[in-house]
Design a protein. Structure first.
Length: 265
């Protein structure tokens, strides 16, 4: 099995997805109780979620304009009215993302790709996940995630977050990976569009290759793209468990989830 979706996606596709998911997030959050708990983000309310998304947008706009990320939280955002801040921050971010060349330099934590294009992809994926958070908080059924965006999201999570973080900051993963005997995990997205990834772990190791390996993996996870994305980001829907097939080592599954949790904190 090989990827049916070329990742990263096109700039136009990311921008379309970002706009659609922002509109959905804004609409759902506006209609929700501001004090409603966000179950996928312990300790957060809808107000906290809206403010966080706005602050991320402000920070990334600064990264593009100035070449560095701003202080956290960005100056002037802690006490601003959340929805006004969100609207202003999205307008500023969108203006930067749609008028600059994706190859233009930008500040950022991901050393292999410090470009505007990196943030176009990252903000599309950031927004779809937080759109799901808003839907969970509001008790609404989640709108579908397009298969190509979901596959790209899994790819980004495994490579840009987990694999890069383990290589760059191995000390954060010592408790999880130091005693690892070396495991293999195969992840399969099975839908109208399909993709597969092979993960190999061990002490200070988390590597990802496209397509399955030549030998059986210790763990195989299979699901349609959206349930797979939501599972790996720990945002499962009520129906997700029935859509996910997991065969193999429970220890490998626990190790995978632990690595992803650390990498996305």
């Amino acid at each position: 099995m090989t990827h049916d979706v070329r990742v990263p996606l096109s700039t136009a596709r990311y921008l379309d997805c970002l706009a659609a998911d922002f509109d959905r997030l804004r609409s759902v959050a506006t209609a929700a109780d501001p004090a409603a708990v966000v179950p996928s983000c312990p300790g957060w309310t809808v107000t906290d979620l809206v403010r966080h998304v706005a602050q991320v947008y402000v920070d990334k706009t600064h990264a593009i304009r100035e070449g560095t990320e701003s202080e956290w939280p960005p100056k002037g955002t802690a006490d601003a009215e959340p929805f006004a801040l969100l609207d202003r921050a999205y307008a500023d971010l969108s203006a930067e993302l749609t008028t600059r060349d994706p190859k233009d330099p930008a500040g950022g934590w991901y050393a292999p790709d410090r470009t505007v294009g990196f943030w176009i992809r990252r903000m599309a994926q950031e927004t779809v996940i937080h759109r799901i958070d808003a839907e969970l908080a509001a008790g609404q059924r989640s709108a579908p995630v397009p298969e190509d965006l979901a596959i790209d999201g899994v790819d980004e999570l495994l490579k840009v977050f987990a694999a890069y973080a383990v290589a760059e900051w191995p000390d954060y993963f010592t408790d999880t990976l130091a005693g690892s005997p070396g495991r293999s995990v195969e992840i399969r997205a099975l839908g109208t569009k399909a993709a597969a990834w092979r993960i190999t772990t061990g002490p200070a190791r988390f590597t990802v290759e496209d397509a399955p390996g030549d030998t059986p993996a210790d763990l195989t996870l299979s699901a349609p793209p959206t349930p797979l994305l939501r599972t790996l980001w720990n945002r499962p829907a009520p129906e997700t468990p029935a859509q996910l097939t997991s065969t193999g080592s429970r220890e490998a599954l626990d190790e995978l989830h632990a690595c992803l949790k650390i990498a996305t904190q």
